[in-house]
Ligand binder design. Structure first.
Ligand code: ADP
Ligand code: MG
Length: 314
C-alpha cells in the first residue's frame, strides 16, 4: 500500500522519487498523466514515460477486487483518536487514514483547536488511539500555535517539546504555495513518518484570490486538483487528512447554494467524512456528521478549554 508506485514494472526507487517529486504519488495519478509532461518535468525519456504510463494502466485494469478483499483492505485503515470520547463515538473511533475528513463551521467553532489536538494524538501509541506518527501541518491563516501543542500534550502523557518535534509545519502564503507544499510533501512524509496532514484552512486562499462568478471555474479546477492530490497522498501512505472550511452560520445556505462557500461541491465530492461544527449555549460546541457513506447522521457536544478539546462533564 505504502509504496504504490513501486508496484509498477520498471519503477524503482529513483524513478518513484522523481515521480513523487512532481506530485505523482499513486498508480492512478501516473495512469492519467500525459507522458510528455512527465518527461519534461522529470527528465525521464518520453519513451520510458510512455511505457510507465502504459504499465500503470495495465496494473489498474487488473485490480478488480471482490468485496471481501476490499473489506480486508479496509481493515488496514488506521484511526486517530480525537481525545474526546463523544467525538470519537461520532466518528466511529476517530479520524480515518486513507480518507479526507472535513471540519466545517463558523469562526471560533473549534476547527483549529481540533487540528492542534489531532496533531498531538496521532503521536500516541496504537493502544492509546494514535498511529505513532508525525503531522504535516499546513497553516494558511497563521493560527498555528506551538504553545497550544505544549498545553495539550501533557494530558496525553506526551512531552510538549517532543510533541513539537513531531509536527512538521509549513505556512502557506497563497494558493499556489499551498498546492506546492502538497506537491512536495512525499519526501517529508517518508522522512518523518507523517500519519496526519492538516490543511487549515483549505479554501481561504482560493476564495480570496479567485473571487466572484467569473473566476469560479478556475478556482474549482485548482481546488479540485489540490484535493485530489491530498487524497492520493492519503491513499499512497495510508495517512489521515483533515481540512477545515470556514463557512457561514446557516447550513441551509451552504447546502442550497453550491457556490457559497467557495469549494462547496468540489469538497462535497472529495471529502470522505464531513463534520459540521456550531456553537451552542454555555460555551459548548456541537459536532454533526453528514454525507458519510457509513455513519448515521448524528450529533455530539464537546467543549474547548486550556487543555484542548474535552468531553462535557455530566
Ligand atoms: P476556528 O473554528 O475559527 O478555527 P478555533 O479552533 O480557533 O476556531 O477555536 C477558538 C475557540 O477555542 C475560542 O473561542 C476559545 O474559546 C477556544 N480556545 C482557544 N484557546 C483556548 C485556551 N487556551 N483555553 C480555552 N479556550 C481556548
Ligand atoms: Mg481556525
Amino acid at each position: 500500500m505504502t509504496h504504490a508506485l513501486e508496484m509498477i514494472n520498471g519503477i524503482g526507487p529513483t524513478i518513484a522519487s522523481k515521480l513523487r517529486g512532481i506530485g505523482i504519488t499513486s498508480i492512478e495519478a501516473l495512469a492519467v498523466t500525459p507522458p510528455r509532461f512527465i518527461s519534461e518535468a522529470t527528465g525521464i525519456s518520453e519513451k520510458v514515460a510512455i511505457q510507465l504510463c502504459k504499465n500503470a494502466r495495465e496494473l489498474l485494469n487488473i485490480t478488480f477486487i471482490t468485496a471481501d478483499e476490499y473489506f480486508k483492505r479496509r481493515l488496514s485503515i488506521g484511526k486517530i483518536t480525537t481525545g474526546c470520547k463523544a467525538l470519537d463515538n461520532l466518528l466511529d473511533g476517530g479520524i480515518e487514514t486513507g480518507a479526507i475528513t472535513e471540519f466545517a463551521g463558523e469562526f471560533g467553532t473549534g476547527k483549529t483547536q481540533i487540528a492542534h489536538q489531532l496533531s498531538v494524538t496521532v503521536q500516541l501509541p496504537k493502544e492509546e488511539g494514535g498511529l505513532e506518527g508525525a503531522t504535516l501541518y499546513v497553516d494558511t491563516e497563521g493560527t498555528f500555535r506551538p504553545e497550544r501543542i505544549v498545553q495539550i500534550a501533557p494530558r496525553f502523557n506526551l512531552d510538549g517539546k517532543e510533541a513539537l518535534r513531531n509536527i512538521v509545519f509549513a505556512r502557506a502564503y497563497n494558493s499556489d504555495h499551498q498546492m506546492l507544499i502538497i506537491d512536495e510533501a512525499s519526501n517529508v512524509i517518508e522522512e518523518h513518518n507523517v500519519k496526519l496532514i492538516v490543511v487549515d484552512s483549505l479554501i481561504g486562499h482560493f476564495r480570496g484570490e479567485f473571487p466572484g462568478r467569473e473566476n469560479l471555474a478556475l478556482r474549482q479546477q485548482k481546488l479540485n486538483r489540490h484535493i485530489r492530490q491530498l487524497l492520493s497522498l492519503a491513499d499512497a501512505y495510508n495517512l489521515a487528512v483533515i481540512v477545515t472550511n470556514q463557512v457561514m452560520a446557516n447550513p441551509a445556505i451552504f447546502f442550497g447554494n453550491p457556490n457559497k462557500p467557495a469549494g462547496g461541491h468540489v469538497l462535497a465530492h472529495n471529502c470522505t467524512y464531513r463534520v459540521w461544527l456550531r456553537k451552542a449555549k454555555g460555551n459548548k460546541r456541537v459536532a454533526r456528521i453528514f454525507d458519510s457513506p457509513m455513519h448515521p447522521e448524528a450529533e455530539c457536544t464537546f467543549q474547548i478549554n486550556e487543555i484542548g478539546i474535552v468531553d462535557i462533564e455530566e
